[in-house]
Design a protein around this ligand. Structure first.
Ligand code: IMP
Length: 180
């Protein structure tokens, strides 16, 4: 089993590239079945989701789709106003579109909760969520429960395959879990 030491923490390989490929294909097959006669717009949440999104869209079968990218602030001091701070704003019209938000991991669900409201406010016909990882025990927003999940995880911190530790480690080909 591979391991990595980073900033005083020890991480061990949890999902191998082969495990990840199987998870991605399972998600892609479900989306392919559900969106056969639609033209979904994938809204990829930067930075972390770009690795998963890149594999996911290429594993789809017979889905005519578009992709766009957004980046939102992790500071939600504006939560009371329902406004998101977009660092990279939405470039595409979502009105009447079937949206699939793509995330690397859903943790408390705050990001997804806010993004879904934003998409609906802009007239999206439907909004679903695809995520590589989901931490159900930490979910605080019921409407943020993802529709398509690669793998569920308990509360441990993970890195790799798009997930970072202070901006680094996104390029690891596997997902590593922190060990005590
Ligand atoms: P949420 O809004 O609380 O669901 O947070 C989602 C975001 O938290 C993800 O897009 C990640 O950027 C970050 N995050 C949560 N858990 C982890 C983890 O275990 N490793 C790396 N990033 C994480």
């Amino acid at each position: 089993m591979r391991s990595i030491d980073e900033q005083g923490y020890h991480f061990e390989e949890w999902l191998t590239p082969k495990d990840i490929a199987a998870d991605v294909q399972q998600v892609a097959d479900r989306i392919s079945a559900d969106y056969k006669d639609k033209e979904p717009l994938f809204v990829v949440v930067l930075n972390g989701a770009f690795v998963f999104a890149s594999d996911l869209i290429r594993a789809l079968k017979d889905v005519r789709c578009e992709e766009t990218f957004i980046r939102v602030s992790s500071y939600f001091g504006m939560a009371t106003t329902g406004q998101l701070e977009f660092i990279v704003p939405l470039q595409q019209v979502v009105d009447q579109r079937d949206i699939i938000i793509v995330e690397d991991i859903v943790d408390t669900g705050l990001t997804i909760h806010q993004l879904k409201a934003h998409m609906r406010a802009h007239g999206a016909a439907s909004v679903k969520v695809a995520t590589m990882l989901f931490k159900p025990a930490k979910l605080e927003y019921e409407d943020a429960k993802p529709d398509y999940v690669g793998h569920e995880i308990t509360e441990e911190f993970v890195i790799g395959y798009g997930l970072d530790f202070d901006g680094f480690m996104r390029n690891l080909d596997a997902i590593y879990k922190v060990k005590e």
